[in-house]
Ligand binder design. Structure first.
Ligand code: HEC
Length: 96
């Protein structure tokens, strides 16, 4: 009896761990947009620079600027996701 319940706890525990690590391994939705729009076509040579874009609202503006220039036609939500992704990867600003 005791043996069975231990095995249950073990199985339950490890599937919970698997579940959590899958959630964390999921790529940021902004990364897919970034790949799709080929932002690195220019920004590989022009690295994202926190000295230049100095806070989060400016980062959103910069993403909007490139979005408009490129005619990628991202929605506001997608611009937000892109900005959040760039923030997480490169800028590390406090979000307002
Ligand atoms: C055709 C080339 C080109 C492409 C493609 C491009 N950008 Fe840009 N980007 C620029 C230029 C030019 C600037 C502004 C001038 C500068 O920073 O030297 C800029 C500036 C930026 C900045 C601010 C830069 C900084 O130093 O902080 C961000 C953020 C940015 N772009 C995001 C994006 C995103 C996201 C995409 C993809 C949707 C993208 N860009 C695609 C050319 C491009």
């Amino acid at each position: 009896m005791k043996d069975t319940s231990n095995r249950f706890m073990f199985t339950f525990g490890s599937s919970l761990m698997l579940f959590t690590s899958t959630v964390f391994a999921e790529p940021h939705p902004g990364k897919a947009l970034h790949d799709k729009a080929d932002c690195m076509k220019c920004h590989a040579a022009k690295p994202y620079d926190p000295q230049k874009t100095t806070d989060y609202p400016k980062l959103v503006k910069a993403v909007e600027f490139c979005n408009n220039n490129l005619n990628t036609g991202f929605w506001e939500e997608e611009v937000e996701q892109l900005a959040d992704y760039l923030n997480q990867e490169y800028y590390h600003f406090e979000k307002p």
